[in-house]
Design a protein around this ligand. Structure first.
Ligand code: ADP
Ligand code: MG
Length: 326
């Protein structure tokens, strides 16, 4: 007799694979890695009540739980290829599972990822994904390569996902013209894989913005300080008005809630990277080629601190970003 668990896996999670030697169905999957490459591996868990609401659309939960994993590989300059999915479900709800797997596989298809295995158990809704991808030997982008004098760049628009969340929590009421964009940014983030690949020989350091720009940039500073040889103290100065955001937000930069969303709002999954000023033309060409926004928002310096200026004045930083245990 076939078990319910087996049927569930077959029905909702087994799809043909494109780049996998042995996929779902055995005790382990087998993957063939390319020569002269390194495997980049990352895990991210999505928990009901922490990462999404109980009533979040299952399609969006499926999309986002994979997308946040893809984003980590994008930040490494790696090409995502394989994922495993460990899921705890409170019950078998066919409608929920169909929509979840549609969102998951739409994201997988968008980035050419094979689902190669996982685990399924009963429990409070919890989705744990491990993603694997490849990067040519020695070419990975890391947090530790920032150099004094580097330009600091970000991709896309910041602040939308945090504002979308605040809107859904009824903490603010977003104007119509950005409401849908903000909620889409929260529910269906678009990881910057093509950008990560393009930055391999261009950026000195890179991170994806999951917890908030300032929190994630400070991870770069902390990791890169370790490489300083002399007595210099690595810091960074940013100009708030240079950080690209929608016109609506640009007009409201004075408001603390908008500043906070842009600087410390999590969940945007854009990339923050540093590069030598020699790379400005190359970076402009990448932006044009990929039809994305890349904006230079500040520089790595010897100040030892992370400072944000708005109209030439230092602004008071109250929080760097989201911390699960703060
Ligand atoms: P085992 O008991 O040997 O661990 P399982 O019954 O847990 O095997 O899983 C059977 C197969 O289905 C394995 O190949 C496993 O990787 C895969 N699998 C289980 N759950 C999932 C899931 N949620 N998504 C994708 N593959 C899954
Ligand atoms: Mg198992």
């Amino acid at each position: 007799m076939m078990s319910t668990e087996f049927n569930l896996i077959k029905q909702y999670f087994t799809r043909p694979t494109a780049q996998t030697a042995l996929g779902i169905g055995d005790d382990a999957a087998l993957i063939q890695t390319s020569t002269d490459h390194q495997l980049a591996i990352s895990s991210d868990m999505s928990v009901v009540g922490t990462h999404f609401f109980q009533n979040t659309a299952p399609y969006d939960i499926g999309w986002k739980s994979l997308a946040v994993n893809v984003s980590d590989l994008a930040a490494m300059g790696a090409n995502p290829k394989w994922a495993t999915l460990a899921i705890a479900l409170p019950e078998i709800n066919p409608d929920w599972l169909s929509a979840f797997s549609a969102g998951f596989f739409d994201c997988a298809d968008a980035f050419n990822i094979d689902l190669i295995g996982g685990d399924t158990t009963r429990g409070p809704l919890n989705i744990s994904i491990t993603i694997m991808g490849e990067v040519p030997m020695g070419k990975a982008l890391t947090r530790r390569g920032a150099q004094l004098g580097d330009d600091i760049w970000v991709s896309g628009y910041l602040g939308h996902a945090a504002l979308g969340l605040a809107h859904l929590q009824l903490k603010i009421k977003l104007p119509d013209e950005i409401r849908d964009t903000a909620i889409a940014a929260l529910h269906q983030p678009q990881p910057c894989v093509a950008l990560g690949l393009a930055l391999r020989d261009v950026a000195n350091s890179c991170i994806d913005i999951s917890d908030g720009l300032l929190a994630d940039l400070s991870h770069i500073l902390k990791a890169s300080r370790a490489n300083l040889t002399g007595n210099e103290a690595m810091g960074a100065t940013l100009q708030l008005e240079k950080i690209s955001c929608s016109a609506t937000l640009q007009n409201r930069l004075q408001e603390p809630i908008i500043q906070q969303a842009i600087l410390a709002g999590g969940d945007d999954y854009e990339l923050c990277f540093t590069a030598s000023s020699n790379q400005r033309k190359t970076i402009a060409a990448i932006a044009k080629q990929l039809a994305i926004n890349l904006t230079r928002i500040g520089e790595i310096n010897e100040s030892g601190n992370l400072t944000v200026q708005f109209e030439q004045q230092n602004i008071n930083i109250t929080t760097l970003g989201y911390d699960h245990f703060a």
